[in-house]
Design a protein around this ligand. Structure first.
Ligand code: APR
Length: 263
């Protein structure tokens, strides 16, 4: 894996100051976020240390065919736990930092692969939920929607008043990305001049294609991740190696200094 030229032997602090300068001078910044940005909110990632898919097989529990075949099993093994974890989660410093970057007029749009709604709760107003969200469920029979918070799990799988089974409004494996989200994300990726890629292993398509679209359109790609990904040294201009909460906190503080925003 070749190190990107800009990475070189710069210290992390040098890189954060460099990223702050890049962001402060940008015209239209977009972010692509993944499960890693919510790890510090208590939501485990899917892959790597403590990843959900390290203990359960996504094809057996997170594929639409698995849900349709045995919704009770999927609810018991995956969805019940997901509901509890997401309902206890709060935005962390990384979510708050991205919301601050929107307030400063720097960050326009977040393309998130996450279904936890934490970007909106932190205050970002233009969030494309690439894989849908867990905030809503809908009935397989009458298509009526209901808020996940209002679902009690007395009965598994939970049912609509009409008796139909409720399914989450997120995108299972085996389902298409909502066309609106896909088109809008491609548009945002091709128009931004910087894409912040935060907390994603960058292996699930088509979300992982967005940084490549941005790169091909001339954007600078800045990664935030404790580990290298397939983008590092190939698509990313440089990697701010560390946890999103700490890095984005520092990054936002440096941007505010450059914009002379009183902290
Ligand atoms: N800060 C930043 N990044 C982190 C942190 C942290 N504190 N902790 C872990 N990470 C990084 C990991 O190094 C990894 O690169 O977050 C990434 C998490 O990767 P995944 O678990 O694969 O999450 P993601 O990339 O969002 O997965 C994409 O796969 O299973 C599907 O639909 C699911 O949306 C998900 C998609």
């Amino acid at each position: 894996m070749i190190e990107s030229v800009e990475q070189g032997n710069k210290t992390m602090n040098d890189l954060i100051i460099k990223a702050a300068k890049d962001l402060a001078g940008a015209k239209s910044v977009a972010a692509l976020t993944g499960a890693g940005i919510s790890v510090e909110s208590g939501i485990p990632p899917f892959r790597g240390k403590g990843g959900i898919w390290e203990t359960i097989d996504p094809m057996e529990y997170a594929h639409i065919n698995a849900f349709m075949e045995n919704p009770e099993k999927v609810w018991n093994v995956l969805l019940r736990g997901l509901k509890e974890i997401i309902e206890q989660a709060k935005p962390n410093d990384a979510h708050k930092g991205l919301a601050k970057l929107e307030k400063l007029g720097i960050l326009k749009t977040i393309i998130t692969q996450n279904i936890d709604g934490l970007h909106q709760r932190a205050g970002n107003t233009d969030v494309i939920e690439f894989h849908g969200n867990f905030a809503w469920h809908r009935c397989l029979d009458c298509n009526k929607r209901c808020e996940t918070l209002k679902i009690d799990l007395k009965e598994i799988p939970p049912r609509c008043e009409c008796g139909g089974i409720l399914r989450p409004e997120f995108v299972f494996f085996g389902e298409a990305i909502p066309s609106y989200s896909l088109m809008r994300s491609q548009e945002v990726a091709s128009e931004c001049d910087i894409m912040l890629v935060v907390g994603t292993s960058a292996i699930v398509q088509p979300a992982a294609f967005m940084p490549m679209i941005a790169k091909e359109s001339g954007a600078k790609i800045i990664e935030v991740n404790p580990e290298k990904t397939p983008l590092t040294g190939r698509i990313s201009d440089y990697l701010l190696m560390g946890k999103a909460g700490q890095i984005i906190n520092k990054l936002t503080t440096e941007v505010e200094k450059l914009l002379e925003v009183p902290s």
